[in-house]
Design a binder for this molecule. Structure first.
Ligand SMILES: O=C[C@H](O)[C@H](O)COP(=O)(O)O
Ligand SMILES: C=C(OP(=O)(O)O)C(=O)O
Length: 476
């Protein structure tokens, strides 16, 4: 099998068998056809020549991920859609170039594995782990500019575009950052690939960290039974001769990468053609999603995603109508292939009852079988009294509970959750049992580059709660 991009002379030989049908594309689609459609949320690049040069350089780089891996994720998501798995998509709101270090990647990976272990326990199903990692450098913004003390500058759009420092120089979009984003993704992936084959993927270790939470948390007794169950399950496996510390297969977990497909010149430059599959893949990540602000049916982002074979996530906000969603599914998944679409509802607590069920029915009646995942973060953001952009853990839990309850009523599979979290002890979201974060605490370690993330203790607490929801919703 060979993969080729904009420069066929530089194709890289790769190995694999063609085992999935490729995404049907209209004859008019090409990696650059999005250029004929309106594109929202693109920075005004001041140097068009530099952007062209950088795009050309990027299109000659090796793929970050391979078509075989992407096809594996599609298959895993098809299993989730069939109710035979659960999706955990989680990571930073906005990755920073500076966090693509061994320590930075290790702490995010550990956090994801800890939560995944709890979800595996709760669901009794394989958990498909997808990080917002190794490429989540671009952010859509509510306003193109920011005003501080009467000075107006371009908004920070993520390290792939500009720098958060509030100076004209730092906020100037710099196309060279697209290239830096590629190399930082490469570095993060390199660490990830090494760690998922080493000690960091040890089940026993992930459980030890969760037990520590139960021991220290005031309401830890609530989770003691779950923690004891997991301890027994690990001992049982060990007694059966499966050594969870030493056995190689258990150390080798698969963590897939994902980010919002936001900066179209970057995504275009990493699209490659896989001749043996007869399909185009965006090799910047295994899974790409289209955001709430860029999912217009006739917009450039949907056009680009419609022609590639990666699994695609679609954010579904509270204003989405059943007709809009049906049309989007038709455009992105005309063949109705399980594993192609993950619909990520981000409605805000209190809205699922009215909004989610009609959307689910519309999509189902049109013959699509997407994974339905719940992003309880983006519909629950507000500015606190002290002036910080924040979210309440209680609202996050409520939205997930509502998501499970609608699926239980509809008899469908609550397929996954999508979280913004970090392995650091930041103070960005309110609430939490171990160390309750109050409004006055937000300033202590408010480190996010954009939106507030769950800290370590809040993430584990949420993991235990979702494990409970899963246990209750699973027959038997
Ligand atoms: O992550 C989502 C968006 O990029 C983010 O919420 C936008 O934030 P803003 O409303 O501060 O621009
Ligand atoms: C911007 C994001 O979400 P949404 O498009 O749902 O606002 C995000 O997940 O980073």
């Amino acid at each position: 099998m060979t993969v080729s991009g904009m420069h066929p002379s530089l194709t890289a030989p790769l190995s694999a068998a063609a085992d999935t049908a490729s995404q049907p594309r209209p004859a008019s689609w090409s990696p650059s056809s999005w250029r004929s459609y309106p594109a929202k949320q693109q920075p005004e690049w001041p140097d068009a020549q530099l952007l062209r040069r950088v795009s050309d350089t990027l299109s000659m780089q090796p793929p970050l991920v391979l078509p075989d891996e992407i096809a594996d994720l599609r298959q895993a998501l098809a299993q989730v859609a069939a109710g035979e798995g659960f999706l955990l998509q989680a990571g930073d709101c906005a990755e920073r170039f500076s966090s693509c270090t061994e320590e930075g990647v290790r702490s995010k990976l550990s956090m994801i594995l800890q939560v995944a272990l709890l979800l595996t326990y709760g669901s009794g199903l394989p958990v498909v782990k997808v990080g917002r990692i190794a490429g989540q450098f671009g952010k859509p913004r509510s306003r193109p500019t920011e005003v501080v003390g009467g000075v107006e500058l371009p908004a920070f759009r993520g390290d792939i575009v500009n720098d958060p420092e509030f100076t004209a120089e730092a906020r100037r979009p710099d196309a060279d950052r697209l290239l830096r984003a590629y190399y930082h993704s490469l570095a993060a992936l390199n660490v990830l690939r090494a760690l998922t084959r080493g000690g960091c993927a040890d089940l026993g270790q992930a459980h030890a960290w969760n037990q520590e939470f139960v021991r220290r948390s005031p309401a830890g007794r609530r989770y003691e039974n779950a923690a004891d169950d997991i301890t027994w399950a690990l001992r049982f496996m060990s007694a059966c001769g499966v050594d969870t510390r030493l056995q190689a297969e258990l150390h080798r977990i698969q963590l897939y990468t994902s980010h919002e497909a936001l900066l179209l010149p970057y995504e275009q430059a990493l699209i490659r053609y896989d001749e043996s599959r007869g399909a185009w893949f965006d090799t910047s990540a295994h899974m790409l999603w289209v955001g709430e602000r860029t999912r217009q049916l006739d917009g450039a982002h949907v056009e680009l995603l419609s022609g590639i074979d990666n699994p695609i996530g679609v954010k579904v906000g509270p204003s989405t109508t059943p007709d809009q969603l049906r049309a989007l599914c038709e455009r992105l998944d005309p063949e109705r292939t399980a594993g192609r679409l993950t619909l990520i509802s981000r409605l805000g607590a209190g809205r699922a009852d009215k909004v989610l069920a009609p959307l689910m029915r519309a999509v189902r009646n049109a013959g699509h079988t997407p994974v339905w995942a719940c992003d309880p973060m983006h519909g629950n953001t507000f500015i606190s009294k002290s002036g910080y952009k924040t979210r309440r853990l209680a609202d996050i839990v409520t939205e997930i509970a509502e998501f499970f309850s609608v699926h239980n009523e509809e008899g469908t599979h609550p397929g996954g959750i999508h979280l913004e979290l970090t392995g650091d002890d930041v103070t960005e979201c309110l609430g939490g049992d171990l160390e309750e974060i109050l409004d006055d605490h937000l300033g202590t370690r408010y480190e996010t580059a954009c939106d507030p993330r769950l800290n370590t203790a809040q993430s584990i607490e949420l993991g235990f709660l979702v494990a409970e929801f899963l246990r209750e919703s699973r027959p038997g």
